[in-house]
Design a protein around this ligand. Sequence first.
Ligand SMILES: Cc1cc2nc3c(=O)[nH]c(=O)nc-3n(C[C@H](O)[C@H](O)[C@H](O)COP(=O)(O)OP(=O)(O)OC[C@H]3O[C@@H](n4cnc5c(N)ncnc54)[C@H](O)[C@@H]3O)c2cc1C
Length: 375
Amino acid sequence: MNISAQQRNLQMEFRAFVDQFVIPSAGESDRTEKLSPEVMKKMAEKGYIGSMIAREYDGMGLDMIGLGLLNEEFGRGCSSARSLLTVHGMVALAISRWGTYEQKEQWLGRMASGEVIGAFALTEPYVGSDAKSMETSADLFEDHYVINGRKKWITMGQIADVFLIFAHCNGKPTAFLLDKHTEGFLIRPISGMMGARASMLAELRFDQCKVPKENRLGGEGSGLSHIALTCLDYGRYTIAWGCVGLGQACLEECLQYSNTRRQFGDLLSSHQLIQKMITEMVVDIKAARLLCLNAGYLKEQGDPDSIMETWNAKYFASRMINKVANDAIQIHGANGCHNSYPLERYYRDSKLNEIIEGTTQMHEILIASHASTMF
Ligand SMILES: Cc1cc2nc3c(=O)[nH]c(=O)nc-3n(C[C@H](O)[C@H](O)[C@H](O)COP(=O)(O)OP(=O)(O)OC[C@H]3O[C@@H](n4cnc5c(N)ncnc54)[C@H](O)[C@@H]3O)c2cc1C
């Protein structure tokens, strides 16, 4: 499965950008738990923040393979910067697909330029995988809804301007676009995350939040079955690609290290047990990349199987990166355990991929039940 010459050129452009601007600040972002504003500005200038938004709203309008390649390169450089692309894209895509003319006009142009950042808010303190049980409520009063409840672990919640939130409306899961300045809306930063530490997570509180009726995205009851489905499918797709990029970063570090460090009189790379780990990395990363490409091509064709193939890609890639990052530390020995090398960050970042956008177990339940319907 190959990419076109045009996609290859884009990939080179993304790679050069990540090498020049993202990688140099990734360690600092991890330590300070903040994405560098300069990097975000550069991402906006290049159009990457609006990579998934249509050209008519001044976005880059990348196709699904182009988006995959972009997320792979950002995953190679900085998981937190890749997270920004993921969640901002989830909100932008939901508005593009399900928004009214007015909602698109209000948000998409400014999201494409990076003036407005989007965050996706589904998870709550007591509700994670079982999203249908969410406790946040929205009650309709003539021309507005009153929202009460809490959300937790919201990526980019500290800096977002528009939040796509989900609440039960007469028992029906419903999506809303919430401006950060809405009265009764409180954002509390979360620090101390294990990985993707510059994802600027937040807990959100809605205390009698008054939201105009026209801020509802889609119909009442379509929140999970339509809106969140669109968002999470895109989120999984970009995360799977991000894992491929992170795997590539681990592999490149291992090749460099094992070809310079000697033990027992020989380079590490000449020891067969090290070669085994490198071999597994090479093949596992390649397999994950092919699953991602397959999902991307199906998406481009509008094939409904692309949703299931995205589950497969995210499941494989997120488990793959945990093994790859683990072996990468092993190859680096003590050096791998110290922050003078990026490996310990990669290792911490890798674990989150098995939790976000559906845990490994949720994937196992869904993939197995889908498989049982096939035969
Ligand atoms: C870095 C990070 C960023 C995040 N960003 C966002 C965001 O932007 N927006 C957002 O809405 N959320 C976000 N989340 C939350 C994330 O979506 C949830 O953590 C995830 O859905 C899992 O929910 P939970 O953590 O509550 O785990 P739980 O659902 O409580 O699950 C705990 C464990 O039990 C397992 N489990 C649960 N049910 C079953 C079952 N039926 N059978 C077998 N095992 C089961 C799970 O797989 C998991 O291992 C983020 C989380 C992290 C860590």
